[in-house]
Write a protein that binds this ligand. Structure first.
Ligand code: APR
Ligand code: ZN
Length: 374
């Protein structure tokens, strides 16, 4: 099915890099979807730690940038050649736009595709569909740019899901929840009865904890600096909540009878990443999920790592295969096994985006979700 679509004007949160870490809501022009692309009316967009990394100067991206990459909405127009989606479908956006053709993509590891252009804020053809009032290109962060009333993405980056999943919950599946679920299921392959520790109980860490509960891990030890986050962690399924501090290895070793089978870092701090190997038992897995600023080195005790047969696993986007995993996570939510509503601590309008990032910087909110009107 094809449908003619015209360019449209959209309000979007734009970061130009010349006003500190502030975003401004601008009116941009969004071109019509081209071959194999769809236009999605965004209904909800999560405020994610990765956007904050960019705003706070930790990662460089092409500017000006439309921020946001964790979103859900409805298909509003389809370009020529689109076969798998129709107007009205409810979709979750995937922010890693793999090429769909290389060996990694064909082998079920799209996150390892080296031909993806989305990390450079470009669609697969190397361009962007956005322009500002001057007619200059504006770059959608992770080729998604979800803090916008509508986006244009390749068909394969919009995954249809069950319409019964509310948009705010669905948006989180596109990044934090999917990443946490995938880290547990795809990267660490956690088995029922294994013991686990999670450092950092923000949006990603809480998603890891709820996926650990789904997988049957026990005990599940949550670690955070914030008492409020530790309370959230218990609600998400942690059996133990431990404030981060000097005695962390002893505390974890005590609770897990000699070290956890698997440990996750979900902050992106070098100090806590370095701690992970100490928290696992011989033969255990340490999973790096949090993303540190560019160029940081992590030190590990090489002898102990080899001698004790420990594994460090890098987790990029939870090893997700979005077309397979987004519907699975949505299904687990609909069955009641994943209480994802609990992750949303505030629903805000697009004009409140700076306040939402400030709340994240203060560590106050688990997840703010920007909601758009019908
Ligand atoms: N020890 C323990 N917990 C800490 C510490 C610390 N030293 N410093 C911060 N934290 C906690 C915060 O209290 C918060 O609960 O880490 C959590 C971080 O959560 P968010 O800021 O909500 O970040 P989130 O969106 O979960 O992303 C975490 O994963 O995908 C990546 O880019 C993302 O690097 C980021 C990480
Ligand atoms: Zn994200």
């Amino acid at each position: 099915m094809t449908e003619t679509a015209e360019p449209m004007r959209v309000r979007a949160a734009v970061y130009r890099g010349d006003d500190g870490n502030r975003l401004a809501v601008e009116t941009l022009t969004l071109a019509a979807p081209e071959h194999g692309e769809v236009r999605v009316r965004v209904r909800a967009a999560g405020v994610c730690g990765s956007d904050r990394h960019v705003l706070d100067g930790e990662w460089r991206v092409p500017l000006p940038a439309i921020m946001g990459h964790e979103a859900a909405g409805t298909v509003e127009a389809v370009g020529p050649g689109v076969r798998g989606l129709a107007v009205g479908d409810h979709v979750i956006l995937a922010w890693h736009q793999a090429c769909q053709r290389c060996g990694e993509c064909a082998g079920g590891k799209p996150w390892a595709c080296t031909r993806a252009r989305s990390n450079d804020s470009l669609l697969p053809d190397g361009t962007t569909r956005w322009s500002d009032a001057d007619g200059s290109a504006v770059y959608p962060y992770l080729a998604t740019g979800a803090m916008s009333e509508a986006v244009v993405v390749p068909e394969f980056a919009a995954i249809r899901i069950d319409e019964r999943v509310p948009f705010d919950v669905a948006s989180l599946i596109g990044c934090s929840v999917g990443t946490g679920y995938g880290a547990v299921v795809n990267n660490a392959r956690v088995l029922a009865g294994e013991s686990a520790v999670v450092i950092g109980a923000g949006g990603v860490g809480l998603s890891i904890i709820s996926a650990l509960r789904l997988a049957g891990a026990t005990p599940i030890v949550a670690v955070d600096v914030s008492e409020a986050k530790l309370a959230e962690a218990r609600r998400a399924g942690a059996t133990h909540a431990v404030p981060s501090g000097a005695e962390l290895p002893e505390r974890v070793t005590g609770i897990t009878a000699g070290g956890a089978d698997v440990a996750f870092e979900a902050i992106g701090r070098v100090q806590t990443m370095q701690q992970l190997p100490e928290l696992i038992r011989p033969g255990g897995r340490a999973v790096f999920v949090g993303l540190p600023p560019e160029g940081r080195r992590v030190e590990v005790d090489g002898l102990l790592l080899a001698y004790e047969g420990k594994t460090i696993i890098g987790s990029n986007y939870g090893g997700l295969v979005p077309a397979r995993d987004f519907p699975r996570v949505a299904g687990a939510y609909l069955s009641g096994a994943l209480p994802l509503e609990d992750l949303i601590s505030a629903r805000v309008g697009l004009d409140e985006v700076n306040e939402a990032f400030d709340a994240m910087r203060r560590g106050e909110r688990t997840r703010s979700v920007i909601v758009f009107d019908d």
